[in-house]
Structures are given as structure tokens and as C-alpha cells.
Ligand binder design. Structure first.
Ligand code: UFG
Length: 336
């Protein structure tokens, strides 16, 4: 029996593939390579000593998905594949809804035909929207999203919840990620966005490397510890281990469970920049810039449910995240 990791050559998918393989699972990676590269499969093999099966496939393509299920005995799906750029989703909402929703629907249909009953979904803290108090708890009402990317996560959660209601033998885990950064400590896997990065850590590493001149800190007048935005950063290897714990749980239960995957601690933009400078001994020039549209001041997870139910919690520190991100930028990152 094998596990299908869709989007398995991407940032979070590739780290999760490593953790599953190291735990003894047989892994099949499917990715259309629209935002990642096939040599990630080689890198996963270098780290684990095991080469996962790989299919270049779009999860919206029912024939391609069917072929994967026909060729491998898939016992469960961890669905990472999707478009993920918040700003782009505002420009191209139809593309985002088509891709991010149709892939889930296609997987559910094919899973049904093949009797596959476990679905772990890559959701986001963005589904808590703008109106919930912090820390975010899984029981809070979701919605109030600020962009089509966020709504596509919210809608996928609804689709999966309804599918599990209609089929009592189905098991669904909705994993709400906070802010994944860091990289594999080998320097072989990490976040490698093409073009100018939207997210904070890849921007910091490229400024440190001299590829970009300076970081713009978006706002220093928020009601936070130092006026800059506060987020719950989680090391991608901890996040990957959270998937392993969630999958094991899902394989033994039915119905839908939601888990926050975060550290439960907030870090401001300037705290992250200062930590990066200190642990790596390198400067990161920055300027204070206006607030970015759609940003909220501060959010972090109540991470207690995952600890209680999955016996998982984050182990790595913000220092680890800064060190590993910089190691990756120097050794592994390629697209420029
Ligand atoms: N920031 C800067 N300068 C930059 C980039 C970011 O100051 O160049 C700040 C932002 O204003 C924010 C913080 O750094 O305060 C983090 O920003 P990111 O873009 O790294 O992350 P976000 O919290 O905005 O978004 C992330 C994911 C989304 C997800 C969201 C909610 O990228 O996919 O968390 O979970 F929807």
C-alpha cells in the first residue's frame, strides 16, 4: 500500500515526503511541476536513500489521477497541490477556484472508485479570516477570508467535511498551517519561489545574499510588541512531522477533524529579522514601508488540540528556522 502526496515536489510536500519515507511508508509523489522541479525527487532520494515513485500529473486531470490509482495501491491521500499566491489569486480568481477546487473534487471521485478512505488536506490559518480573536482555536467560525486563495481553502474544507458526512467510512483531516519557513537541515530542500518573493523569509534570505537590495517592512504602526506584524512561524520539518501524526490519526478514525499546525507563539517581523542577523552573522538591510493591503496585525495558533490528540508539537526554534533558511539559500535554492 502507498500514500499519494499531491504537490509532493513543492516546499511542504517534499519535506513531508521525507518524513513519511523515513517512517517506512511507501510514497507516490504527483506534481505537475508548474511551481517546482523534478530534481526534488532526486534530492528526496539523496536524503532518505529511497526513491519515491513520481508521476508528473495535474490533479484536475481525472484520467491522470485514475492512472496513478490504477498503478499503485493508494491507501490515503495528502493533498498539497494548489495555487498559493495570495496577490495572484485576487488577479486570477477563476484560475484559483478552478484549480484548487477541481483537484479536490477529482481526487474524491477517484478515491471513491478505488475505495480509498483517508484524505489529509493542506489548509491554512487564513480560513480564520479577519474577525476572530487570537489565538485561533479550531472551534472558531471560519470564513471572512480576504482573498480568493483563502476562500478556496475554506471551500475545500467545506467540500471535504460534506463528503465525510455523506460517507461515514471516509476520514478527513483539515490541517490549518500557520507560517511555514525554514528548510531541510541538509540544505537540499526548501522554499524556492520564482521571481520576487511575496513571503517574508524568502525575501530576507535573498536580501542577505545580495540578490535583492533591501527588505521592506510592511508597517510599523500595528498594535503589536514593536509595531510590526506578528505571525506564528513554524519550521517546515515540524510541519511535515505534523502531517505524519495527522495521517496516522486519520487512518485509525473516520469523520472530519481540524488541527492547527503552529507553534502557539508569535514573532514580529523585526524580531525575525534580528534573529536572522544574529544567528547567521549577516546583515539584512531594511526600510519601513506602508502596510500591505489585506494584512492583519497579529495572529498565532492555539496549538493545544494537535498536542492533545496527535501527540505532536513543534520542536524547532525561530533560531533553527533562520539558520536552516539561510543554509538552503546558500546551498540549494536555484530559481533566480
Ligand atoms: N512582510 C514584510 N515584508 C515582506 C513580506 C512580508 O514586512 O516583504 C510581513 C507581512 O506584512 C507580515 C509578515 O511579514 O506581517 C508575514 O508575511 P508573509 O507574506 O510571509 O505571510 P502572511 O502571514 O501574509 O501569509 C501567510 C501565507 C498565506 C496564508 C497566510 C495565513 O503566505 O498563504 O499566511 O495563514 F494564507
Amino acid at each position: 500500500m502507498a500514500l499519494l502526496l499531491t504537490g509532493g515536489t513543492g516546499f511542504i510536500g517534499s519535506h513531508t515526503a521525507v518524513e513519511f519515507i523515513q517512517a517506512g511508508y511507501d510514497v507516490v509523489i504527483a506534481d505537475d511541476l508548474s511551481n517546482s522541479s523534478a530534481d526534488v525527487v532526486d534530492r528526496i532520494e539523496t536524503i532518505t536513500g529511497v526513491r519515491p515513485a513520481f508521476a508528473q500529473a495535474d490533479m484536475c486531470d481525472a484520467d491522470a489521477v485514475e492512472k496513478i490509482f490504477a498503478e499503485h495501491a493508494i491507501e490515503g491521500v495528502v493533498h498539497f497541490a494548489g495555487f498559493k499566491a495570495v496577490g495572484e489569486s485576487v488577479e486570477k480568481p477563476i484560475d484559483y477556484y478552478r484549480n484548487n477546487l477541481l483537484s479536490t473534487l477529482t481526487l474524491l471521485e477517484v478515491m471513491k472508485r478505488f475505495g480509498c478512505k483517508v484524505f489529509v488536506f493542506s489548509s491554512s490559518a487564513t480560513v480564520y479570516g479577519e474577525n476572530n480573536p487570537i489565538p485561533y482555536v479550531e472551534t472558531m467560525p471560519a470564513g471572512g477570508c480576504t482573498n480568493p486563495y483563502g476562500w478556496s481553502k475554506f471551500m475545500n474544507e467545506q467540500i471535504l467535511t460534506d463528503a465525510a458526512k455523506a460517507d461515514p467510512s471516509l476520514s478527513v483531516c483539515l490541517l490549518r498551517y500557520f507560517n511555514p519557513i525554514g528548510a531541510h537541515e541538509s540544505g537540499l530542500l526548501g522554499d524556492d519561489p520564482s521571481g520576487i518573493p511575496n513571503n517574508l523569509m524568502p525575501y530576507i534570505t535573498r536580501v542577505a545574499k545580495g540578490v535583492l537590495p533591501k527588505l521592506s517592512v510592511f508597517g510599523n504602526d500595528y498594535p503589536t510588541v514593536d509595531g510590526t506584524g506578528v505571525r506564528d512561524y513554524i519550521h517546515v520539518v515540524d510541519l511535515a512531522k505534523g502531517h505524519l501524526a495527522a495521517y496516522k490519526y486519520a487512518a485509525e478514525h473516520t469523520g472530519t477533524e481540524i488541527f492547527n499546525l503552529g507553534s502557539g507563539r508569535g514573532t514580529s517581523v523585526l524580531e525575525l529579522v534580528e534573529t536572522f542577523k544574529r544567528v547567521n552573522g549577516i546583515d539584512v538591510p531594511y526600510v519601513i514601508a506602508p502596510r500591505r493591503a489585506g494584512d492583519i496585525a497579529e495572529f498565532y495558533a492555539d496549538a493545544s488540540k494537535a498536542e492533545r490528540v496527535l501527540h505532536w508539537r513543534t520542536e524547532k526554534t525561530v533560531e533553527d528556522m533562520c539558520r536552516d533558511s539561510w543554509n538552503w539559500e546558500q546551498k540549494g535554492a536555484q530559481k533566480r
